[in-house]
Design a protein around this ligand. Sequence first.
Ligand code: CMP
Length: 137
Amino acid sequence: STEETLILVKPDGVARGLTGEVLRRIEAKGYKIVDLRMVNASRELLEEHYEEHAGKPFFGPLVEFMASGPVVAVRASGNRVIEGFRSLAGATDPTVAAPGTIRGDLGRDWGAAVTQNIVHGSDSTLSAERELALWFA
Ligand code: CMP
């Protein structure tokens, strides 16, 4: 069934000039870009966005990284787009993400690779609703 998801091009993706490539892959798959904005996210927004990770060792560095530059937030719709975009993005760690995926094709083997992984996609209908309300308030 048709769903909506939140996709973020993270600061590393924007800085590396990969926004167009990510949008191209979203559209090539047949998903619709319903809304899009460039955001300099506040720490407050990011702490709320990543609330399920609060307390984990990577939480602080993750919020700092996400606040380090502009992010492109995308509202995308399509048949099973939530699961489908996660599949398009590939595994969280770009060093092991499969070729053909955004992270597998474009990810770099940096020290901070698991933080700097180009894109975010909501992982469930519940988080998609919650995250879309945050980024497209
Ligand atoms: P994302 O899909 O945006 O959701 C949580 C993010 O935390 C993840 O992508 C990574 O950018 C980041 N992260 C950093 N370290 C880790 C880790 N060890 N495990 C999972 N996610 C991590």
